[in-house]
Ligand binder design. Structure first.
Ligand code: URA
Length: 210
């Protein structure tokens, strides 16, 4: 069965995404908005995590509550733009581990080539959330998911801010089992592989390297 694509339509998410898209939004505001959006997306992507029942003692007496089951989460940003989503998510889930996957596109073959990968050793006990702001062609995301799956995490979710039909179709084809969480699905790609209307180059806007 193909996993769902969740479009997060929460008003705060849509409001901040619109400000993020705006070309006059400078680096400082872009960083702050991406940070805030990441925290809001973290709520949505963790909504279905399994819980286990526990009993704790309050100052007044025993209380039955719930804790997230297992060793919890690992966030996996795809370098470099995925870094922009990391801090906001860690604010909501400060105990999460972080893995990194770096890919570049070979200019001749256009294939995604891995140049860096570092993941926690206990992936089998963790739910993985891969993050990258833009799901454009979907090639990097699919290659990064190939690599992540080799580490056999307990589950995998993919979070982006802006997707497009081409990227989603590619991801669905290569990784139909991975649910996708996005704040928008835009019209498509231009001839340079940018999402239209998108928000431009997320990495350049976040790091101020344009
Ligand atoms: N990467 C970006 O940062 N922006 C796009 O529109 C596509 C890929």
């Amino acid at each position: 069965m193909t996993a769902a694509v969740h479009v997060i339509r929460h008003p705060l998410v849509q409001h901040k995404l619109t400000l993020l898209r705006t070309k006059t939004t400078g680096t400082t505001a872009f960083r702050r908005l991406l940070h805030e959006l990441a925290a809001l997306m973290a709520y949505e992507v963790t909504r279905e995590l399994p819980l286990r029942e526990v009993t704790v003692d309050t100052p007044v007496g025993p209380a039955t509550g719930q804790l997230i089951d297992g060793k919890k989460l690992v966030f996996v940003p795809i370098l470099r733009a995925g870094i922009g989503i990391l801090d906001g998510m860690l604010e909501v889930v400060p105990c999460a581990r972080v893995g990194h996957i770096g890919l570049y596109r070979d200019p001749h073959t256009l294939a995604a080539v891995e140049y860096y990968c570092r993941l926690p050793h206990d992936m089998a006990e963790r739910d993985a959330i891969m993050v990258d702001p833009m799901l454009a062609t979907g090639h990097s995301a699919a290659a990064a998911l190939d690599r992540l799956k080799q580490a056999q995490p307990r589950s995998i979710r993919f979070v982006c801010l802006v997707g497009c039909p081409e990227g989603l179709a590619h991801l669905r084809e290569r990784h139909p089992d991975v649910p996708v969480f996005t704040a928008a699905i835009d019209a498509g790609l231009n001839e340079h592989g940018y999402i239209v209307p998108g928000l431009g180059d997320a990495g350049d806007r976040y790091f101020g390297t344009d």
